[in-house]
Design a protein around this ligand. Structure first.
Ligand SMILES: Nc1nc(=O)c2c([nH]1)NC[C@@H]1CN(c3ccc(C(=O)N[C@@H](CCC(=O)O)C(=O)O)cc3)CN21
Ligand SMILES: CC(C)C(=O)C(=O)O
Ligand SMILES: [Mg+2]
Length: 283
């Protein structure tokens, strides 16, 4: 039994047949990408939802800094601290069985390789298997520093919400030839630096495909088109409980379902069979 696996929960609903039946690792993700099977990722912030998502076959649980908005009610992700992420990561880790656990390093937590390392160690010790950081070429040294020290890295490019005040809002990125070229170069750079995974947010679908085709590591899209290696959504958006304005890439999977478990299962099957994202969710 792999180190991250736990004994079965005797109180778990019997109906939920696990899709993933062993611990998801970086190797699993490469295998899925290689086989052309779409990777499923959802944000998750507590043990109960972690257990349910895991039983529904979600391969990656992301402790997103979006928790500052959906859990804490802030208007951006900037107030989130490393302690907040570590607390929620520990909760998710206690609930998950097979899923890979990825945690965001929040705003201000990775300005230098050394601070990134200290903060990444804290969230890895809380139970993460990989950390995620927002940025491209400027992070190359940090990604190399972390991966040399046994910390797998997911990069996040396109719309990077921690840069909201620099971007001037939550806007689609890579729409001009020039910005698309910079983004493509950033993606190659973070892969060369050692990133294992890449989240692409709010970019044109054609660019999402071009980037995915140019890389060997899996890409996970959120508003980045259907041709990424996988998809991610914020769980509150999937369940239709986030009160804010809905981004174009959001789909309420509770529509037509009578349980949260059924909504997670519908998300997994629609990502796997390519029904989600549909053109109306894409840029
Ligand atoms: N509930 C929730 N869902 C998220 O996806 C999310 C968060 N919170 N918090 C952190 C960031 C913020 N995100 C956002 C927020 C809004 C848009 C949005 O409304 N985008 C416009 C694009 C407009 C344009 O440039 O054309 C859209 O219409 O989708 C996108 C990403 C993604 N993340
Ligand atoms: C939207 C996802 C990718 C994220 O970074 C978050 O939830 O914080
Ligand atoms: Mg985030």
């Amino acid at each position: 039994m792999a180190a991250s696996q736990k004994p079965a929960d005797a109180t778990a609903p019997a109906a939920a047949k696990p899709v993933v039946n062993k611990a998801v690792t970086v190797n699993t993700l490469s295998t899925l990408r290689g086989a052309g099977e779409k990777i499923t990722m959802l944000t998750c912030y507590d043990a109960s939802f972690a257990s349910l998502m895991d039983r529904c076959g979600v391969e990656i649980l992301l402790i997103g800094d979006s928790l500052g908005m959906v859990c804490a009610g802030h208007t951006s992700t900037l107030p989130v601290t490393v302690n907040d992420i570590a607390y929620h990561t520990a909760s998710v880790a206690r609930g998950a069985r097979n899923a890979m656990i990825v945690a965001d390093l929040p705003f201000g937590a990775y300005g230098t390789p050394e601070t990134a390392y200290a903060n990444a160690v804290q969230v890895m010790q809380a139970g993460a298997h990989m950390i995620k950081i927002e940025g491209g070429a400027w992070l190359a040294d940090t990604i190399k520093f972390l991966t040399e020290r046994a910390i797998p890295v997911c990069a996040h490019l396109g719309l990077t919400p921690q840069s909201v005040h620099q971007l001037g809002g939550y806007k689609v990125q890579g729409k001009t030839t020039e910005s698309a070229e910079v983004l493509k170069a950033d993606c190659l750079r973070i892969q060369a630096a050692g990133a294992s995974l890449l989240v692409l947010e709010a970019i044109p679908s054609a660019l999402g495909k071009e980037i995915t085709d140019s890389l060997s590591i899996p890409t996970i899209g959120i508003g980045a088109g259907p041709d990424c290696s996988g998809q991610v959504l914020v769980m509150h958006d999937l369940l239709g409980v986030f009160p804010g304005r809905k981004a174009r890439f959001v789909k309420n999977f509770m529509d037509g379902q009578t349980s949260i478990e059924a909504a997670f299962t519908a998300y997994v099957s629609e990502v796997k069979n390519g029904a989600f994202p549909a053109p109306e969710h894409c840029f």
